[in-house]
Design a protein around this ligand. Structure first.
Ligand SMILES: Cc1cc2nc3c(=O)[nH]c(=O)nc-3n(C[C@H](O)[C@H](O)[C@H](O)COP(=O)(O)OP(=O)(O)OC[C@H]3O[C@@H](n4cnc5c(N)ncnc54)[C@H](O)[C@@H]3O)c2cc1C
Length: 322
């Protein structure tokens, strides 16, 4: 039977959304696979997240060690090496932490490595068929991963449908004693909290999110007028922050903030996975883009091919006239 281990990221005792996405990914690898959640960390927060996983996973492994309190991939890798069977499939989220963790782990396990997978198409012999995307999502690449001696795979967040937080009735197994020597060459110093801005985009039900399509700093006012008309808040993609047109606290994405609005207006945003990785909770997505082939249209509920500099003022005017 295929053995799959899912590495659960968590903060302050709360598992990341990916915890509910791994079971769907595992099912697409092998419907009959045994799937085990793995949580590393320390103390009460670790206990809380491990316990919370028992409703989704029938088996949960926790590794508790003071050295694992901070997300140091070097130490996590050392612990996992002693716990994950060599021929297992290890899944992690494709994020900055896992880009640090996964390649080295696959070398140590002498197993295959595949990054940023967006879909699986089952196992054929010893080949796991998987899909990646290239060219900003315009092209799907089909890859065969030889899993005869296991595999370490990172999956793109948001690519697999989250399962209901169910009633798996699982149990937590404490494998802390098997982690072995966790000494490290890299020392963790501190966590620096993100700056707090003038608005909290994570709390807004409606976001008017602007991307490079806004073209000029002066045009941001147009988005703000639309947001005012909709009682929404303006958020943005990373290039807008890089250009210093809006502050970092407005950035949505994997290196920005995670938002869970009810309605998400993507204005002149191409729809990169780094951006969409920050859009959670299945909002109703309205995308406006000049390019009919923009990847954002693949995830939008409503797609409009239009110049946002014409569209936004017209929509604001129509709403204000109601
Ligand atoms: C490690 C890493 C982390 C990252 N983290 C993030 C992150 O947290 N958040 C994030 O957003 N990005 C992030 N990025 C960057 C990401 O890869 C993309 O480059 C970025 O999301 C693209 O932003 P965009 O869609 O605004 O710009 P583009 O990709 O340039 O898209 C602009 C879109 O606007 C359209 N357009 C142009 N003019 C108009 C107009 N007048 N009217 C209508 N449409 C128009 C174009 O057709 C295009 O589709 C990260 C990248 C890396 C490598």
């Amino acid at each position: 039977m295929t053995q799959i281990y899912a590495y659960i990221p968590h903060t302050n005792g709360v598992a990341a959304d990916a915890a509910l996405e791994f079971p769907s990914a595992a099912k697409k690898i092998d419907d009959g696979a045994s799937v085990t959640a793995v949580v590393t960390g320390s103390g009460a927060d670790l206990d809380k997240v491990a316990e919370s996983m028992t409703s989704t996973y029938s088996q949960v492994i926790k590794i508790d060690n003071a050295d694992l309190a901070y997300p140091n991939a070097e130490i996590v890798r050392k612990a996992l090496i002693n716990i994950i069977p060599a021929d297992a499939i290890f899944l992690a989220v494709h994020d900055t932490f896992s880009m640090d963790l996964a390649p080295g782990l696959s070398v140590k396990m002498d197993s295959a490595y595949a990054a940023d997978i967006v879909d699986f198409e089952g196992v054929d012999g010893t080949n796991l068929k998987a899909i990646r995307q290239e060219l900003g999502g315009a092209v799907n690449i089909h890859v065969n991963i030889d899993i005869s001696s296991g595999a370490v795979i990172t999956v793109r967040p948001g690519s697999f449908a989250p399962v209901e937080d169910g009633s798996a009735g699982g149990a937590v197994e404490d494998k802390s004693g098997d982690a072995g020597d966790l000494s490290a060459k890299r020392k963790f110093l501190e966590i620096v909290e993100a700056e707090v801005g003038d608005v909290d985009i994570t709390k807004s039900d409606v976001l008017v999110s602007i991307g490079r399509g806004i073209e000029d700093e002066e045009n941001i006012e147009i988005a703000q007028e639309l947001a005012e008309a909709m009682k929404a808040v303006v958020s943005c993609s990373r290039p807008i922050v890089d250009a210093k047109w809006l502050e970092k606290s407005r950035q949505v994405g994997t290196s920005g903030l995670t938002v869970k609005p009810k309605v998400y207006l993507a204005m002149g945003i191409s729809g990169s996975f780094q951006h969409m990785g920050g859009v959670k909770g299945k909002p109703f997505i309205v995308a406006v883009n000049k390019n009919p082939k923009a990847p954002i249209f693949q995830v939008a509920d409503v797609g409009i091919v239009e110049d946002i500099l014409d569209f936004m003022p017209e929509l604001a005017e129509a709403i204000n006239d109601l």
